[in-house]
Every structure is written in structure tokens, then in C-alpha cells.
Design a protein around this ligand. Sequence first.
Ligand code: HEC
Ligand code: HEC
Ligand code: HEC
Ligand code: HEC
Ligand code: HEC
Length: 323
Amino acid sequence: MRAAVLLLVGLSVWPHHPRQQPRRAQDPARSPAASSPAACGRCHPAILQEWQGTAHAAAWTSPTYQKSLRGKEHAHYCHGCHAPGSVLDRLGHRPQVRDHDRDHGIGCASCHQRGDTIHGPFGTTTDAHPTERDLTFTERGSTALCASCHALAIADVLPLAAEFAAANLGAKGKSCVGCHMPEILRPLAVDPTTGTPVGEPRAGRSHELLGPGDPEFCADAFGLRASRQGAEIVVLVRNRAGHGVPGLQTRSFPITVRQRDSKGQTLKEHPFVLSSDNRLLVDEERRLVVAAVPGTLDLQIQIDHKLTGKHIATVTNLVLELE
Ligand code: HEC
Ligand code: HEC
Ligand code: HEC
Ligand code: HEC
Ligand code: HEC
């Protein structure tokens, strides 16, 4: 509920106040260098390593992003989500732009730091930095953090967090981190001089950020069933993600349905495509209907993943019995 309210406030603010917000008293007082991912990583090396390969780490340096800025008059808008200051400062709204080290993209401090204090799920006492226990870093609370940037339709991007909120999935026990940041048990920090863990292992979440680039994870978006209905075969594709699929105008999922005989030979092949023009909405079950070919025993279903027309991966290739 809290996420939904914040979301509406965020939406109503955009795009009426495109000006840069005035600098605030709570701008990070620590030096920029102390807030860089590399600096955090001296004591949190495992988390740094997880984060490094993510789309968040590359949100500024990504060639696709840099190319998309060419000729943009108001690129400053864009930067708020691709090189943000403290997201917590404006939770639920598009963040302010960071005025230094933009090539760190969405760094540790963007999500965890407010003023001088590091916000997290535990509120541990450490002399490394002041900490504060913050419900934003619980499974339920964190959706508001994600929604600060993922609720708007802008450039090629579709408003996934707004779809999640509209379907009331938070109240149904779902969360962005529940799918995208799996649970993991590890010590949070090490002593930077000896490399030995500080404290006991704690239940946290992987910062690897699973996304469509991971074929196995991507395949989770599609629940598949098939049945014979008279002279037709109906394939049901259910959206198992927490929002519409795909999430970008430039992403598509070609689906090939092959009718096979008892020897596994293909009798007939039927192409379909899921794209931003005919996206699977939240919880939608899409019917793909084909005429049954005599002799068909089962189906082979292949789902591919394409980005701007380029083949990225085959995410699903399985044989489906007819119910
Ligand atoms: C409110 C936050 C927000 C703002 C403002 C924003 N973006 Fe993004 N951008 C995102 C999110 C979130 C994604 C990732 C979406 C996904 O992967 O589904 C993204 C991804 C992208 C991508 C990579 C995806 C692709 O199309 O291949 C490009 C390019 C991009 N944005 C360009 C822009 C441009 C240009 C602007 C300014 C006009 C802009 N962004 C402003 C949040 C924002
Ligand atoms: C000098 C070492 C050191 C540095 C540098 C450091 N941390 Fe920590 N951090 C720790 C220790 C130690 C803990 C407590 C670990 C424990 O008790 O399990 C901790 C705890 C945390 C927590 C958990 C807070 C909570 O809820 O209890 C977060 C989040 C965190 N750090 C983020 C960061 C970020 C972001 C940076 C960089 C801006 C950073 N840390 C820099 C050592 C460090
Ligand atoms: C400061 C803004 C911001 C916040 C906060 C944020 N994101 Fe993102 N997210 C982005 C942008 C921008 C991109 C796209 C970067 C690119 O492709 O260049 C992105 C990309 C992603 C992707 C796509 C990954 C891929 O492999 O394509 C996922 C998944 C994602 N974010 C999930 C989350 C989750 C979960 C949270 C909350 C824990 C979150 N984001 C918080 C801005 C944000
Ligand atoms: C997109 C926002 C985002 C970014 C960027 C981010 N974190 Fe987190 N972090 C979270 C969320 C959300 C949680 C807690 C999720 C939960 O427990 O439900 C978390 C949890 C943590 C924790 C507590 C233990 C754990 O593993 O859950 C530590 C420590 C931490 N982060 C450190 C870091 C460091 C260091 C970086 C940079 C290398 C970083 N974070 C980058 C969102 C972020
Ligand atoms: C039930 C699991 C689940 C939940 C909950 C969920 N997602 Fe996803 N998400 C997925 C799957 C699976 C995909 C891959 C399919 C795709 O890319 O459309 C995905 C894809 C994405 C992408 C990339 C979309 C694209 O096509 O570029 C972003 C960004 C994202 N999710 C953000 C979020 C945010 C933010 C939330 C919370 C508001 C969230 N997700 C909730 C499962 C989930």
C-alpha cells in the first residue's frame, strides 16, 4: 500500500518539474570517493563483485544509453535514473542527478546512503559507518526503492513497477527483490586489512540482479500448457513475471510451436511473436491456436529472446504433452 501511494505521488510529479531540484542539506557529506562502489567494496567485496556485472552498474556507461542521449535537449532528465544521487532522499520519485562519478551508474550509495548514514535491513553497529535500520530494505519495503525508477514509461522503457502496483501484487506477497535478488547467506563484510569476515553469516540478498539476460531466469516468465480441443490445438502461455512481458519496446520473444509425430519428426511449424505490441499483461494467459495436423502426438515449443532484432538466446526448448 505504501509503495502504491508513493508511486502515485511520483507519477504526478513527472514531467511537470523537469528542472534540477535545488541541492539539499542532506547531500552526501562524505567525500564522493568514500561513497564509490570500490570504496564500499574494500569491506563488502562479495557484494561488490555481484553488483559489478549488473545492468545497474552499467546504467551510465552502457553504449545503448550513451547513444540514446545524442541530440537530446533535456538529457538531464534521463540522468536522474541512470546516474542517481540518493534514491532514499526522494523515495518514490525520480531521483536527483549525481554531480560526480556518473560512470558508476547506480552504485551502492545511490540505494543505501542518505546524508552520512548507510541504511540497511539490520541496523548493525559498526565503526565503519553510521547505519540505520530502514524498512525500505525488507522484502516488502524494497519495492518502493525499485519503483522510484521503474514506474515510468520513458524512452523504450515500459512502466513495470506501475503495473506491479496496479495489480496489487505487493499485497499478494510478491516483491521485486523476491524474484530479482534471490536470498543468500553470507557474512556482510570483511576486515579490509586481513580479508577475514566480520561477524556471523547473515541472510541477505544477492546483488547479481537476475534479469532477461539470464536465459534460465527469463524462461521463468512463461508458464506453458497445451491441449487438444476438437480439430484445434491450444497452447496457453501464462505470464509468471510480476509485470507485463516484455518490458522494453526493443525486446521480443519469438515463439515456435512444432507439431510432432510419434517419432519426434516435425509435421508442421507455427511462428508467433510476443513484443511490446502484444505484450503479455500481468497474470494474463495467452491462447495460441493452431489447426491439429493428423498424426500429431506432442508439441515442441521453443522461445527465443531478441533485442533490437538481434538474437540473444533460446530461453526455452521443450516437449509438451497434449492434455
Ligand atoms: C524514471 C527513471 C528513468 C528515466 C528518467 C530515464 N530512464 Fe532510461 N531506463 C530506466 C529503466 C528502469 C531502464 C531499464 C528498463 C528495462 O531494462 O526494462 C532504462 C533503460 C534505458 C535504456 C536501455 C534500454 C534500451 O532501450 O535498450 C536506454 C537506452 C535508456 N533507458 C535511455 C533513456 C533516455 C534517453 C532517457 C531520457 C529521455 C531515460 N532513459 C530516462 C529508467 C529511466
Ligand atoms: C571499513 C569497512 C567498511 C566500509 C568501507 C563500508 N562498510 Fe558497510 N559495513 C561494514 C561492517 C563491518 C558492517 C557490519 C557487518 C555486520 O555486522 O555483519 C557493515 C554494514 C553495512 C550494511 C548493513 C547495514 C545494516 O542494516 O546493518 C550496509 C547496507 C552497508 N554496510 C553498506 C555499505 C556501503 C554502501 C558502503 C560504501 C558507501 C560501505 N558499506 C562501506 C564495513 C564497511
Ligand atoms: C536509480 C534508479 C533505479 C533504481 C532505484 C532501481 N533500478 Fe533497476 N534499472 C535502472 C536502470 C536505469 C536500468 C537499465 C540500465 C541499462 O540497461 O542501461 C535498470 C535495470 C534493471 C533490470 C534489468 C536487468 C537486465 O539484465 O536487463 C532489472 C531486473 C532491475 N533494474 C530491477 C531492479 C530492482 C529489483 C530494483 C530494486 C531493488 C531496482 N531495479 C532499482 C534504474 C533503477
Ligand atoms: C538498486 C539498489 C541497490 C544497489 C545499487 C545496492 N544495493 Fe545493497 N541492498 C539493496 C536491497 C533492496 C537490499 C535488501 C533486500 C532485502 O533484504 O530484502 C540490500 C541489502 C544490502 C546489504 C545487507 C545484506 C544483504 O546482502 O542483503 C548490504 C551489506 C548491501 N546491500 C550492500 C551493498 C553494496 C556494498 C552495494 C554496492 C556494491 C549495494 N549494496 C548496492 C539494494 C541495493
Ligand atoms: C514473479 C517474479 C517477478 C516479480 C515479482 C518481478 N519481476 Fe521483473 N521480471 C521477472 C521475469 C521472469 C523477467 C524476464 C522477462 C522479461 O524481461 O520481460 C523480468 C524482467 C524484468 C525487467 C526487464 C524487462 C525487460 O524486458 O527489459 C525489469 C526492469 C524488471 N523485471 C523489474 C522489476 C521490478 C521493478 C519489479 C517490482 C515492481 C519486478 N520486476 C517484479 C520476474 C519478476
